[in-house]
Structures are given as C-alpha cells and as structure tokens.
Write a protein that binds this ligand. Structure first.
Ligand code: UTP
Length: 484
C-alpha cells in the first residue's frame, strides 16, 4: 500500500533551500540522510514541516540513542540488590495510622498538595480508541476513569475545604481528545481553573540499525517519551512554576488506569512528611515469584526499581525465615514527589532519566515511499520512567498498600488487569465500605457502584446513617435485579 500523498507540489524558494541544505548535510553526516530521501516527492508545505521537525531534533541525544541500540551495554552487571525497607500494613497500628492521617490532612487543608495523573499512554493493549481516561469503568453505570477520579477529588475538595488542583499530563496522541472530553463533560464538575493539562514530550523511534523512521514521506516517526517524561514536561511547560505559585510543594502522582487509587491518601502524605522523603512509593505485596511486577529495592545501596525481567532467579525466589518473599515490594506507580526534587531531577535529565529502548512493530514508509506494516518488531521506541528518579532522592519512603483495596489496573481487553477484573474490585471495595457502615447489602453476585463525590470511604457511608442502599439512590447503584 502506498502512503497517502499531498498533491499540488510547489518549488521551495531559494532562501528556504539555502537554510535546509546544511540540515540535510548534517543528517547525512550522522547516517540519517535517508530522512530526506523522498524530498523530491514532497509538497512545499510538507518540506517545510519536515525541515522544522528535523531542525528541532537534539542530534547529540539521537547519536547517543543510536549508539545504545547498535552497541547495547551488557545486561546483568554486578549490582548488589537488597530488599528496601517498607512500612507494612501489619506494623502500621491504628494509633500511628491516625497520627499520620492527621498530619496528611493538615497538609491537604494548607493547600500544599497538587494531584497529578499521567494520561499520555495510548492504551494499545486495551484496544480503546481514545484517551484511556475516557474508558467506561463504573461497575453499574458507564462512568469513565476520569469521572471516578474527579468524583474522588470533589469529595476531598469539600472534606478539606481546599481547591486541590488536578494536573493532567497528556501526550501528542491524547491531548486534543482529552481536552475535548473534559470540555464536553464540563470538567466533571471541577472548576476549570483547578484543572491544568500539560503535554509530555516525544522522542524519535529508531529502526534496528539505529536509523530514524518515517511515519509518512514528510514526517519522522516519534513516540511519547514515557511516564518519566512527566518530570521534564512539568518543568518545560511551566506547570511546576504554576504549582509553586499556588503554594503546592507536594505532588500526588498516579496513573489514569487505576480506578481504585486512593487519591491524596492522608496516611501516605503524613508518612512521606515525617520521613522527610523527597519521593515516596506505594507498593503492593507480590503474590508469587513470577508475578510480572517491578520491585522497589536497594540497588548498590540506593533505592531504585528493578524490573521483573531484571530480577535474577536467586532474588526472585528468595524467602525470609517466615516463608514470605524477600523481594515483595511491587511497584504500582503511586508516588509523592516534592516539587523542588522534581526541579532538580528534571534539570539534569541525562543524569537521572535515561531512555529505555523497547522493541516494537512500527509501521513506516520505506525508501520507495511505500507504507509498510511489519509482522515482527522492526524498531525501538524510547521511554523515560518516573521511577528512575528514585536514586536521585536523598530519602525515599515506601508504604505497603492493600492490593485488593487500592490497585485495579485496566491494561488488557480481557482476562487479568482488564475492565472486568477492575469493576469487580471496585464493587468489592464499595461493599466493604457499606458493610462497615452497617448498610444491608444485595446478593453477592450484584455489582455495586458508589458516587465518590458523596461517599469516599466507610466513614462517609456511616455519616449518611442509612440502613439500606435504597435510602441513597443518587449515591449508590446496584446492577439491575439485585435484591438486598
Ligand atoms: P502503560 O504503558 O501501562 O499504559 O502506562 P498505556 O500506555 O496506556 O497502554 P499500552 O502500554 O499502550 O497498552 C501506564 C500509565 O502511564 C501513562 C499511561 O497513560 C498510564 O496512565 N503513560 C504511559 C503516559 O502518560 N505517557 C507515556 O508515554 C506512557
């Protein structure tokens, strides 16, 4: 199949020609001259766009990444990996939990907290055509991921009498559609001045021999720069400055595809503060050695992340004297970051935020201008990961979260980590809140959904002083036909 072409070619002017020639030459010198290989077939507009895109590329960075795919450094160095110490649910007694929650609530009331969601991913595995945050996930209604999160924010705004701004990171792939969704849904009830979108960067992909690829004859193929791109985007877009001007010095970070996330959990905030941490992580207890989750650990003495593919068998299967996994601290990408820490890391991305290459099938235009859809991985996409900032922190605090209560990822279309498993987990959590508040529950097969803006925990449920769910029809829904 031949790629679609614009028609109406015009000749590029002499002036533009003299500006573009050095660029073409430079690309030729670094083995990337093919980018201009279809130049003669481009319209004037396409030429100008390609020259602008090529002119903006950081060629030193490109060279480094090219080198990294041609001559990858050997994996499995002699790093020492030790478990990182984490505060477990078991050791966090009621009294301490209350003390930390009080401290976190004070931070919230003082307006020190900004809530940030990363929503730049493309949801390829889910197969959803649109921003993932718009995916309907309510167990009973079609409330989308963003709406459930917005309802939690609305509850917290009221509870702590604070604006609690929401920072939504998008990418070139999701930005326009995300803004349109928020506008269409009237910002899910949050005042627009308390929602700020900012766009992450993108980075050119490379083929297996380190050459740039063309998405179409006049455009270089780029991919979003990963959730670690958040940190550089916060700085580059002025979002970090805007946060600090509002008095925010702590950022609660989470991923859009976890509808169970306990946004701005006061206990986590309080622990972060008393630990004098610069970055904190919530972790879940890994269920079995082969579970595909990265581990927060001590790597050569500093807290960092070890991806599940990088954990050796010795560590993977190691157990402590109680028979529990030694490396159990599974990363679920829920963090607290200090704004001054973000500034420090984002100001030196080459040091702290390396690109990670992963092989993917990348559709491209070949040297004859023909569109190709590869059957096998044919190139590398490059991403930065937010957890790479961990070793830069002078102090990191790690808190265990109950995986059944705070983690319901929506990654795949079916099976594990799917919409179905997430809806069941949400419903289970709502049952728990209502059960603790003494509300009669419908039969166990029935799904329950709660409006978080009214009920955001068992305490809110108890405050309603109801005995049956029919007494709060606006706040609680059950799947049709359920009986209590
Ligand atoms: P994932 O990689 O798990 O999800 O990103 P995805 O990108 O949405 O889906 P796949 O991999 O294509 O199937 C985890 C979180 O990080 C965000 C995603 O939006 C999600 O909240 N993310 C990921 C970004 O914001 N930017 C990125 O470049 C990558």
């Amino acid at each position: 199949m031949t790629a679609p072409r614009a028609t109406g070619k015009t000749r590029i002017s002499e002036t533009e020609h003299s500006e573009i020639e050095p660029l073409r030459q430079r690309f030729g010198e670094i083995g990337q001259g093919h980018v201009f290989g279809l130049w003669n077939d481009l319209t004037n507009e396409e030429r100008v766009q390609l020259a602008a895109q090529a002119g903006q590329l950081d060629l030193d960075d490109l060279q480094r990444r090219r080198e990294s795919v041609i001559n990858p450094s050997p994996p499995g160095s002699d790093e020492t990996i030790e478990p990182a110490s984490a505060v477990t649910l078991e050791e966090l007694g009621d009294r301490e939990r209350k003390r930390l929650a009080n401290l976190g609530e004070e931070m919230l009331r003082a307006g020190r907290i900004g809530v940030m969601v990363v929503a730049g991913g493309q949801g390829t595995r889910l197969g959803w055509d649109g921003p993932k945050g718009g995916f309907p996930i309510g167990p009973v209604t079609d409330r989308c991921l963003f709406e459930i999160q917005a309802q939690r924010l609305l509850n917290l705004r009221k509870r702590y009498d604070v604006a609690l701004p929401w920072y939504v990171m998008t990418s070139a792939a999701t930005h326009t559609a995300t803004e349109a969704l928020f506008t269409d849904r009237e910002w899910f009830g949050i005042p627009p001045e308390d929602v700020r979108f900012f766009e992450q960067g993108s980075v050119p992909s490379l083929d297996l021999s380190g050459r740039l690829m063309l998405e179409r004859p006049g455009r270089i193929f780029v991919n979003p720069d990963g959730h670690g791109g958040t940190l550089t985007a916060l700085l580059r877009t002025g979002t970090l400055d805007a946060m600090e001007q509002r008095g925010i010095d702590r950022i609660f970070f989470y991923q859009v595809d976890n509808p169970l996330v306990n946004i701005a959990d006061p206990v986590f905030l309080g622990l972060h503060e008393t630990s004098e941490a610069e970055m904190s992580c919530k972790v879940i207890r890994k269920l079995e050695p082969m579970e595909k989750v990265g581990i927060v650990a001590r790597v050569d003495g500093r807290v960092g992340m070890v991806e599940y593919t990088e954990l050796g068998d010795e560590e993977r299967y190691a157990r402590d004297p109680n028979g529990d996994l030694r490396f159990w601290t599974g990363n679920v990408a829920i963090h607290i970051l200090n704004t001054d820490f973000v500034r420090r890391v984002a100001s030196d991305p080459e040091r702290w935020l390396p690109y990670h290459a992963s092989m993917k099938k990348i559709p491209y235009v070949d040297s004859d201008g023909k569109f190709q859809e590869p059957a096998e991985p044919n190139g590398h996409k490059f991403e930065r990961f937010v957890f790479d900032a961990l070793p830069a922190a002078h102090q990191v605090c790690i808190l265990e979260a109950d995986r059944t209560r705070e983690y319901a990822p929506v990654k795949n279309a079916s099976g594990g980590e799917s919409p179905e498993s997430a809806r069941n987990k949400l419903s289970q959590e709502y049952r728990r809140w209502l059960g603790e508040a003494g509300v009669a529950l419908p039969d166990t097969d029935a799904l329950i959904e709660i409006d978080h803006s009214r009920i955001n925990g068992a305490d809110d449920a108890a405050a309603l002083q109801i005995r049956s769910i029919e007494q709060a029809p606006d706040a609680i829904r059950t799947s049709p036909g359920a009986r209590s």
